[in-house]
Write a protein that binds this ligand. Structure first.
Ligand code: DP6
Length: 364
């Protein structure tokens, strides 16, 4: 694997201070990443829809550090503000991220960084913010790198931002571009890599254009088991090897499906992936359950509605109790009505977020 390509060989320009602001989205996996090896290499390939409304906006103010002692030169310094307030609690994760990427971004030693971040979705809504949060920081770093070396191509910038994001949180590798991104080397996806996400390289059928995703906020509390712990439980998991094979087979099938528009086959794979992800949690040791009773109520309501109306609505889950309701654009009115009338009753404080597929990172 060629990681050396991401180590800058030359940075011809010099900059004293600069501020860059990027908006990057969250994403929802259709084929799930669950299980990894060091350093953040996925055990199977995954594919996700990039979201549009659920995003993070991050500004980094870079100020060149002057007259550094040898000790200072070996330290990375930053301040972190989340929604206007200093957030010491988030610092260890970001410090760890900088430690992992310093080899690829040696310029982080030269600047003091003031990071300001905010999410479009409510804080502790149970929506994973690591994908959007880390991809936004990665885009700000690449913006600086582009100013230090204007020769960088857009393709390289997206690739490296995804590569850096991945080192912070695997799913962040899928939050730079859209509408569909594959992360993990897969024989059926040209250009795919374990190191970074790539835009799905084939033509997507029109039925999947502008697909809708409404996120039902079933449980907004802190998760009992983090994704990182969950991934680690895939070591020594009795079904792990079979699961990794299955995920790669499902990705091969889904690749065909998104090209040929077979929406019934899409529903089958996507719902099976969601339940399999949670089945891995149920069969880990220690075992755990992230779904809540209302998660199951919602799934049953969706199946009932689909059976009764012939709708193409389906669901997926991430590592939590919330439900992502997926449906084609032409069913928007009908499904939104169903969500408001029925599904919202199973949400905490009746809260849900209408979203749809987006195109990735935006400079503000
Ligand atoms: C269930 O990307 O949050 O959402 O790499 O440890 O940060 P780390 O894990 P993370 O795991 C995401 C798991 C998932 C499935 C997916 O997004 O593919």
């Amino acid at each position: 694997m060629n990681t050396a390509q991401f180590i800058p060989s030359t940075l011809p320009f010099s900059i004293e201070k600069a501020t860059y602001t990027w908006q990057t989205p969250s994403n929802i996996a259709l084929i799930k990443y669950w299980g990894k090896s060091d350093p953040q290499i996925p055990k199977n390939a995954s594919i996700s829809f990039t979201l549009n409304n659920c995003h993070t906006i991050t500004s980094i103010n870079f100020v060149k550090r002057v007259t550094l002692s040898a000790v200072e030169r070996s330290q990375i310094t930053f301040e972190l503000f989340f929604e206007g307030e200093k957030k010491e609690a988030f610092k260890p994760k970001i410090s760890q991220f900088f430690e992992r990427i310093k080899e690829y971004c040696p310029y982080v030693f030269e600047y003091h960084m003031i990071i300001n971040s905010e999410n479009s979705f409510p804080h502790s809504s149970g929506i994973a913010s690591s994908a959007s949060g880390l991809s936004a920081i990665a885009m700000c770093l690449l913006n600086l790198e582009k100013e230090l070396n204007p020769d960088l191509s857009e393709e390289f910038i997206n690739q490296k931002a995804s590569f850096l994001g991945r080192l912070g949180s695997g799913s962040a590798s899928r939050s730079i571009e859209g509408p569909l991104v594959v992360w993990g080397k897969h024989p059926k996806i040209e250009g795919s890599s374990d190191l970074f996400g790539v835009k799905f390289p084939y033509k997507v059928h029109s039925v999947f254009e502008n697909y809708q995703d409404t996120i039902l906020l079933v449980d907004k509390g802190e998760k009992q088991v983090s994704s990182t712990v969950g991934h680690n439980l895939m070591y020594k998991h009795p079904y792990a090897e079979q699961r990794f094979l299955q995920a790669n087979e499902n990705l091969a099938k889904l690749s065909e499906i998104v090209q040929n528009g077979d929406i019934d086959a899409f529903i089958n794979i996507v719902e099976s992936e969601a339940l399999t992800l949670h089945a891995m949690m149920l069969t880990s040791n220690p075992y755990f359950i992230l779904m809540k009773p209302n998660t199951l109520e919602i799934i049953n309501e969706i199946w009932k509605f689909r059976g009764e109306t012939g709708s193409k609505i389906c669901f997926t889950l991430d590592a939590g109790a919330n439900v992502h309701v997926l449906y084609p654009k032409n069913e928007k009115e009908k499904v939104n009505h169903f969500i408001e009338e029925t599904l919202s009753n199973y949400c905490q404080k009746n809260q849900y977020i209408f979203d749809n597929i987006g195109l990735g990172a935006k400079k503000l």
